[in-house]
Design a protein around this ligand. Structure first.
Ligand code: USQ
Length: 412
């Protein structure tokens, strides 16, 4: 158990989690309940459906929401839950009327960059779901609970990989003899990442219009299978390893256990901010328990350390070899990069604000990789069934609208 998880919060809050069924949503619900907050969740279960559409599944089996709630209630307290899609403003207004939450955490967005790059249909679905759900939340909060705090999950990918340091949201600019504090320029690398930029702009404007209190979290890539509360309740969160829904380090661990080569794309020098699931949940909890001042819009860069994908691949090989000395050492295969991104670049984002509020890294990278490998090993039989969906296929260059157009013609 992390140091942070031991002590319950003195002042319980009412928290609404949009996207409570997701990879981060469920462990966050457990953590907040364990700390004495009242939690209600919303989800449409779209991630479960979309993952099955690419013939994949969570490697670690997950319970139905009814079973999740039963397990949470036995250990920490009962969360409320309502099933709907946040793009439906009527349902969102009605739950805010009913719950009157102190904080609303918005995790209910399409979260896969490769999914958004499959073609026009997926790109527009991502745009629509993400931007509309955030607009619904902005208006519903202003109309029903104007004092509430919106905690919105954005992404470090909004900034791209500029050749200068990245501040937390804003920076001082001097130009032609004049200076101002301005939002740092955004340069996203997928339709998905651009939706998060559009969300950030809309949230910033809502704050200017109505003074809505907002935390816009620029989160790095999350890895891991467990938090303290997952361990004590045996209520697992999903763990995706396929090329569309799985993320780098989680996939590398699964590849090592499956006996497949680990796949840094291209040269593998692409560097991102990473943090464990335990740390992600810790940071979001800190943001909820330390809300922005009335009328404040603040930006947190939420990651622990930055690594290149080559560094992560080598780390997985190293930890795997010491855990399983008798097994064949995993290979590393630099596959052609399906994405359009810099493969060697400068990267130095700032991440001090959460540390100032008390965030401390829960476990070292090596410890976390070792835990993931051992958890994944328990499902090595299931990995064999998912082998065909692990290697990269979704190409940024080949993303096309033709199949969506062909679908329309057929209907006529
Ligand atoms: N990568 C590989 N090999 C793989 C998978 C990924 O080299 O097998 C590379 C990608 O090319 C990329 C980097 O790893 O340069 C990160 O890719 P990813 O698939 O782990 O993560 P990404 O698509 O960027 O998106 C994920 C989450 C998203 C979140 C984002 C944070 O799916 O929801 O917003 O991480 S960030 O990357 O900081 O924008």
């Amino acid at each position: 158990m992390s140091f942070f998880g031991i002590f319950p919060c003195l002042e319980g809050k009412k928290v609404l989690i949009l996207g409570m069924d997701g990879y981060i949503g469920w462990p966050l619900a457990l953590r907040l309940l364990a700390r004495g907050h009242q939690v209600t969740g919303v989800d449409s279960f779209i991630t479960r459906r979309r993952v099955r559409e690419v013939h994949s599944d969570s490697l670690i089996p997950i319970d139905s929401m009814a079973e999740r709630i039963r397990k949470a209630s036995r250990t920490f307290g009962e969360p409320g839950f309502v099933r709907f899609d946040v793009t439906d403003p009527r349902r969102l207004y009605s739950i805010l009327e009913k719950e009157k939450p102190d904080a609303i955490v918005h995790l209910a967005e399409q979260r896969s960059a490769p999914y958004s790059m499959i073609g026009l249909k997926q790109a527009t679905e991502t745009m629509m779901k993400n931007i509309v759900s955030t607009m619904n939340l902005i208006y519903a909060t202003k109309d029903i609970v104007p004092e509430s705090h919106i905690l919105k999950l954005g992404t470090m990918g909004e900034y791209g990989t500029p050749n200068i340091d990245i501040p937390e949201g804003f920076f001082e600019v001097n130009y032609h003899g004049r200076s101002d504090t301005l939002p740092f320029p955004k340069f996203a690398g997928s339709w998905y990442h651009w939706t998060k930029v559009h969300d950030s702009n809309n949230l910033m404007f809502a704050n200017r219009l109505w003074g809505t209190a907002i935390t816009d979290v620029m989160q790095g890539v999350v890895y891991g299978t467990r938090t303290s509360e997952i361990e004590s309740s045996s209520s697992h969160t999903r763990f995706d390893i396929d090329e569309v829904w799985g993320t780098a380090l989680n996939r590398f661990c699964a590849q090592a256990i499956a006996g497949l080569p680990i796949t840094p794309y291209g040269k593998g020098g692409q560097t991102r901010g990473f943090l464990s699931l335990e740390d992600s949940v810790q940071c979001l909890t800190i943001a909820i328990e330390n809300p922005p001042k009335n009328g404040e819009y603040r930006v947190f860069n939420q990651y622990d350390e930055h690594y290149s994908v080559n560094e992560l691949a080598s780390k997985v090989v190293e930890v795997f070899s010491s855990l399983y000395p008798d097994r064949k050492k995993p290979g590393i295969l630099h596959t052609a990069n399906p994405r359009i991104e810099k493969e060697e670049h400068y990267y130095n984002p700032e991440n001090v604000k959460l540390r100032e509020l008390g965030y401390r890294t829960a476990r070292s990278l090596e410890t976390e990789i070792s835990i993931i490998l051992q958890d994944v090993m328990k499902y090595s039989g299931r990995i064999r069934r998912l082998k065909d969906v692990i290697m990269p296929r979704t190409s940024w260059k080949e993303s096309s609208g033709k199949s969506a157009v062909a679908g329309t013609e057929k209907k006529k």
